[in-house]
Write a protein that binds this ligand. Sequence first.
Ligand code: PGA
Length: 254
Amino acid sequence: MKKERKLIIAGNWKMNKTVAEALGLVRGLKIELANVKEVDIVVCPPFTALSEVSKAILDSVIRLGAQNMSPNPVGAFTGEIAAVMLKEFSVRYVILGHSERRQYQKESDALIAQKALAAHAASLKPIVCVGETLAEREAGQTEKVLQTQVPGSLAGLTREQVAETIIAYEPVWAIGTGKTATTAQAQQAHAFIRGLLAQLFDESTARRVRIQYGGSVKPANTRELMAQPDVDGALVGGASLEVRSFADIVKNSI
Ligand code: PGA
């Protein structure tokens, strides 16, 4: 599949996998995906498995991501993890503002933007998550939500930083529910986000940004979703926890 931007498929393991389980998964992926060069492949284990997974993927095409990060560089922030600590394990990507963190940790767009700035300052690529709830979609407010979340979560970033940011469009009603957005719904939201980026920054920046779709991505719906012109990859939760399904998602995206 020829795409304008290189696809990026990331597995968000959430609060799953002990170190031993993480190693089992990533070793299987290494074998399955050994020769894949066409798409960027990222796994995002919990913090506690980063060190071991980092060593296990050294000689592979798989890159490492974290699931969250502090906006602060160092200091008295109990329980937090700084960018420089992630860099020790060759982490290249960091998921920011996932809807679960927006919901349970009450993360705001402003906080997410601070984290995105801190990530770029450390040369980590943020994967910034946006997306509407079911109530918002049913009330016809999807675009309004994106009009707030996209500029709010990228506030203060330069054009160059935005171009190096990945946006994950994840309709909250599709996460872990088995309900996927239709390809038309996904393409429409992605095109809308790209249009917003063009307004906020400029056309050429908007064309460089990779926008992932997330929400019940499975091997069976990958091909159709990735065929949409503004869909540049996937952020995968549940289906990233097994070698077979994540490897098939990557292969079906090619
Ligand atoms: P899901 O999760 O694939 O299990 O729906 C996606 C996500 O939360 O990133």
